[in-house]
Design a protein around this ligand. Structure first.
Ligand code: ZN
Length: 418
């Protein structure tokens, strides 16, 4: 194995530099997909990659590809990347560490004048988080043919569905509606480094997580229809308060998550209230919710429990609850060859590593449907907290991941002999 250790200081310096775009008072990052800040971070990425000799292409959903040509341009590229957008008041590492590690891989190959047989493409996927526009992993899903481009371009901002911009308008505003066709080509393979975002690796003192697959998750919108009325004169006994009913449903969802062991997850993180003003009992509430588990049969029971909870709320509160599934992912098993390569690479570099499943969605999940995909986690500190300004990894954590990434990318791209 060649020594192609990355420059961990350069990687950290640029990770911190891009983190200043949208930096928050508490040291986190607030950089919603296709916002002005996202545009500035994209500009900086493109500048860095041009300086590294890459050719930049932007496709119709705003995914950016920075290509380092291979000896054989006809070979499908080895793709490596992640995302630059964050949740509101998020951290500087989620997604960004994966992009910057990929940037560092290219720079390291340049420093050592290593040519590869296959091209390498560093990719930034559009709207991974799904906070501003739904769904999450939008850019990689369109690339993989799982969503239509036109439908995604027409999606409006979740936080302002009436007056907010569409994805297409937001892309135009920041100058990232590209002309390249979206997808329709198969990468040779796809690598993604990501922070763990959980406490498992720290428990085992692992430096590298080899992501073998994912939990299974199902996503719903529960629409609770009650009766809008005046908060004053309406006696308690005749109310059909959709928010009170939704509150009961949310408590039930939390209970479902807790009732299925350490691998159970059930969430209700987003509400839409109508009319959401003082003086009026809410007539309609939409609750976004999801259930997750590593075991398929258990997930099916959790889904069943959610249906029963909705029926109970209907009976008790005299409302109607409509449960509509709007998404799912997993269970994913990443390509066994990629998993083995990453595991062997981590071992031969002497890193303490362990296998791990991802509970969160990532761009590698849609990519895995069109090419061999593999993911590594680098360690998350502060108990693994993420989607929070306190999200943290140490410079050595990110460098360790980037070193594994560099070796694995090189193994798949093939070195041209000197
Ligand atoms: Zn992420």
């Amino acid at each position: 194995m060649r020594n192609i250790a990355v420059d961990g200081e350069r990687l950290w310096r640029d990770l911190m530099e891009i983190g200043r775009i949208g930096e928050t008072a508490k040291g986190g990052c607030h950089r919603l997909a296709l916002s002005a800040e996202d545009g500035h971070a994209r500009d900086l990425f493109c500048r860095w990659m041009r300086e590294a000799g890459c050719t930049i292409t932007v496709d119709g959903i705003g995914n950016i590809f920075a290509r380092r040509e291979g000896r054989d341009p006809a070979r499908p590229p080895v793709m490596v990347g992640s995302h630059l957008d964050t949740v509101p008041l998020g951290g500087k590492f989620d997604g960004i560490a994966g992009v910057l590690a990929a940037v560092e891989v290219v720079r390291t190959l340049n420093d050592r004048a290593i040519r590869t047989e296959a091209p390498i493409e560093v990719v930034v996927w559009t709207n991974e988080e799904g906070s501003r526009f739904s769904p999450f992993t939008m850019g990689s899903q369109v690339f993989a043919g799982q969503q239509s481009l036109d439908a995604m371009l027409a999606r409006r901002e979740l936080l302002d569905p009436e007056r907010g911009a569409t994805v297409g308008e937001a892309l135009d505003r920041i100058g990232y509606r590209g002309t390249a066709p979206v997808g329709g080509r198969k990468p040779g393979c796809y690598f993604e480094l990501h922070i763990e975002q959980g406490p498992e690796m720290a428990r085992d003192d692992a430096e590298i997580g080899i992501v073998t697959g994912s939990f299974e998750a199902r996503y719903f919108v529960a629409t609770v229809e009650g009766e809008q009325a005046h908060v004053g004169p309406t006696p308690m006994a005749v109310r059909h308060d959709a928010l009170v009913a939704a509150s009961r449903l949310i408590l039930e969802i939390d209970r479902i998550g807790r009732a299925h062991g350490v691998d159970g997850r059930a969430n209700a993180p987003h509400l839409e209230l109508h009319p959401n003003v003082r003086g009026v009992i809410p007539g309609r509430v939409m609750v976004s919710c999801d259930v997750r588990h590593r075991d398929h049969a258990t997930l099916g029971r959790m889904h069943g429990d959610l249906v029963m909870a909705a029926q109970m709320v209907e009976r008790v509160h005299g409302v109607t609850v409509t449960l509509e599934q709007y998404g799912e992912f997993g269970p994913v098993a990443f390509d066994p060859g990629m998993v083995a390569l990453l595991r062997d690479t981590a071992a031969s570099l002497g890193y303490r590593h362990r296998d791990i499943l991802t509970v969160a969605g990532h761009d590698a999940v849609p990519l895995n449907t069109i090419c061999p995909a593999g993911m590594i986690f680098c360690a998350s500190r502060a108990g693994g907290i993420s989607h929070n300004e306190r999200e943290w990894s140490e410079p050595a954590d990110v460098a360790a991941g980037a070193n594994v990434l560099a070796q694995a990318v090189l193994a798949r791209a093939g070195v041209v002999p000197d």
